[in-house]
Design a binder for this molecule. Sequence first.
Ligand SMILES: [Zn+2]
Length: 427
Amino acid sequence: MRRWGLAALLAGVTWQTQAQPTAVPTVAPAILLRPAAVFDGQDLHPGWAVLVENDRITAAGPAAQLALPAGGRTLELPGLTLLPGLIEGHSHLLLHPYNETPWNDQVLLESQALRVARATAHAQRTLLAGFTTARDLGTEGAAYADVGLKQAIDKGVIPGPRLLVATRALVATGSYGPKLSVDEDVPQGAQEADGVDGIIRAVREQMGKGADVVKVYADYRWGPGGSAQPTFSQEELTLIVQTARSAGRGVVAHASTPEGMRRAVLAGVETIEHGDEGTLEVFQLMKKRGVALCPTVAATDAIAQYKGWKKGADALPPRVQQKHLSMQAALKAGVTLALGGDVGVFAHGDNAREMELLVRDYGLTPLQVLRQATSGNAQIFHLADRGNIRPGLLADLIAVAGDPTQDVAAVCQVRLVMKGGALYKQP
Ligand SMILES: [Zn+2]
């Protein structure tokens, strides 16, 4: 028996070496990238070049000062700006646009296999759009499928961004959806948990299954057609943060009401998602406590258009007006902004829409949103190994046509995508 076992083991080894994953392009030992300019996560440097060896950046600076090691190759990138791989702060790879299929139907009617198959395509589109990392904030009823998706990407089975996953997310019983007939309990888009024991158990369960971050819904629309109201108590939110933090995880809160936001901030969450009804007072509290806002303006914009808003022709609908007011208050308070669009509400691969809207509709500068999407998100999400172009960091790099610090729309013209030194797209 032992001998047979060893033979089977060896056969397994042979099979594994024959079946190499094909989704990861080979990594060159050394490659010198020579674009027109480099945006290093902070500022633009015309005439710089970047040297990549294996999966890391090993040098960055004026092109004349960089030497190519023996056996390396040079990639000329005329007219392009090289920048750190963009970091998506709020995606749902397991969702697809609501104008294709309403959220309720995705959660209740689509099989997990269909949803995962879609998610693999979404992951590839995200990467090829220049987003080499994504914080994926909840599977919305697809259980722990994000953990497997992340593993498939890390193992090189499918192409995709490096993922931070939130798994199921936490909601207070009765607060979330889908909401159908009161006579039927239907599967929910997140895990219900309440009270001391229930909450501690749910947070630990999610972390044990692979959650990198814990997501909590601090408010939601109670009852059929109800308006958003706080969900968890202050004590419950504080316990969620304490339980996650003791295992080295941060907590992010979906919140749009001032009271839901206030409780989440006092509990110690790291980011507030949406913040639609945020007041100057609550944003000042966020500023004081170092909590970032991920405003997801692209989701607000998309949902308003799905509901019939003819952008450019019609007046701003109330929800969009409200978003403008909250963003003005957030900017006035000086809150740190994370960059994340709530992708999945709209198409994966259109991630840069959030950056364009922040500049075009909300008055931010291209430089502000570029920093947000690179070094800013890296800092907020504790990703010290990326988000900047510096020796020693991961070789997650993209090149875009033109100068994105002048015209942010350049980030839609992605010509090169490198992740961990592997080229997924090149001119
Ligand atoms: Zn979301």
